[in-house]
Write a protein that binds this ligand. Structure first.
Ligand SMILES: *Cc1c(COP(=O)(O)O)cnc(C)c1O
Length: 373
């Protein structure tokens, strides 16, 4: 029998002071894209990441600002993890840059540093590298930093899915020249929509802040020496963010627990996304890899994956295939991709299971029962 209330993949989980913080904003009447709550949210993010933080309207906006202040120009190349959501590369295309994709390492599913090395040797015009912390797991920050430094490319960490994860003792997003988070509704912490840019270089972050507010020069009148964007996070939404961030530690522990429940229920039947030895994943989403009965057609999930997703959907449970690699997307036909086709197999066999931090053990058992059938 189908559930009455749909079990979503990763719905918002409001469980703390969010409503009270939004109330504070209403009381102050700063219903604007700036204000004390945004300052407070940025301070909390900077404290978490150990880097300066700029709150933005989305993760995509934060990435666009990073590419701009790191000097990406039309005609440059930008390398990017192929196994990701399209937002990791779309802003670079808007800027007139060309993508070069890089495959995953089998032990992390994140960007393979060896494949990036080859890409940088063959494409000296790569100005920036967007490396994705996939499904809550940090990529190999130290290795990627070394490779990028050797070739003079700026490293940007797309930590949209990995807030709360760690690489050794560094928080997700605190590596390279810039990092960013997303607070979209399905992420581990949400502001309904929002993001943050993290940078250690205070001058570059100040430039990003200026660009996020239409690039106004510091004059009493409206003076512009360059053009910018309207990319600031609303003060109202920052209230949700301040409340949510207080819960982050609990959310990470709960998502990791949900992952361990899936492993217990499905032990031996399916493989799971491995956890890299140099970090602690937030397990934003639990990703299982189903054995394929037939070889999947290239660019499509296996029959098994599609059948499981349909069976769960019929029971009113949301699940999804793994991100379809960018180098297999029609819009990027002909773009180069370096490395072994690790992401293609993960895409063919992988399914993202419901992982929201409000889930119960019974919810997980129900998902697994349907999946096993
Ligand atoms: C969600 C996501 C983004 C984009 O974040 P928005 O806040 O939705 O703009 C970028 N990259 C990855 C890997 C994501 O999962």
């Amino acid at each position: 029998m189908a559930r009455v209330k749909r079990l979503f993949l990763s719905p918002p989980h409001i469980a703390g002071t969010e409503r009270a913080r939004v109330g504070e904003v209403f009381d102050s009447n700063y219903i604007a894209p700036c204000g004390a709550m945004v300052d407070r949210f940025e301070a909390a993010l900077a404290q978490h990441a150990g880097r300066g933080a700029l709150a933005t309207a989305s993760g995509t906006a934060a990435l666009h600002l990073a590419l701009r202040v790191l000097g990406v120009r039309p005609g440059d190349e930008v390398a990017c993890s192929t196994l990701t959501f399209i937002a990791s590369i779309a802003p670079a295309l808007d800027m007139g840059a060309h993508p070069v994709f890089v495959e995953s390492a089998p032990e992390t599913w994140c960007m393979d540093p060896g494949a990036l090395e080859t890409a940088l040797q063959k494409h000296p015009r790569i100005k920036a590298v967007v490396a994705v912390d996939l499904y809550g797991q940090c990529c190999d920050y130290a290795a990627l930093e070394t490779v990028c430094a050797r070739h003079g490319a700026a490293l940007i960490i797309d930590a949209a899915e990995a807030l709360g994860a760690t690489y050794k003792n560094r928080p997700a997003g605190a590596a390279g020249a810039a990092g960013f988070y997303s607070f979209n509704g399905n992420k581990i912490v949400t502001t309904s929509g929002g993001g943050a840019l993290l940078m250690a270089d205070a001058t570059k972050l100040a430039h990003a802040r200026k660009l996020s507010q239409q690039a106004r020069e510091p004059e009493p009148w409206y003076e512009h020496a360059e053009t910018g964007h309207n990319y600031r996070l609303s003060n109202v939404l920052a209230g949700i963010g301040v409340g949510q961030l207080e819960l982050l530690k609990n959310f990470v522990e709960k998502r990791r627990e949900i992952f361990s429940w899936y492993v217990e229920e499905l032990k031996g039947l399916v493989a799971f996304m491995p956890e890299s030895p140099h970090g602690k994943s937030s397990r934003w989403l639990t990703v299982a890899r189903l054995p394929a009965c037939h070889k999947a057609e290239r660019g499509k999930p296996s029959e098994n994956v599609l059948r499981v997703i349909a069976a769960l959907d019929a029971a009113n449970i949301e699940s999804r295939p793994v991100w379809k690699p960018m180098h297999l997307q029609p819009v990027f036909a002909g773009c180069p991709c370096f490395g072994e086709p690790v992401s293609e197999a993960i895409f063919a066999e992988g399914v993202c299971l419901p992982s929201g931090s409000a889930m119960t053990r019974e919810d997980v058992a129900e998902v697994c029962e349907i999946l096993m059938k």
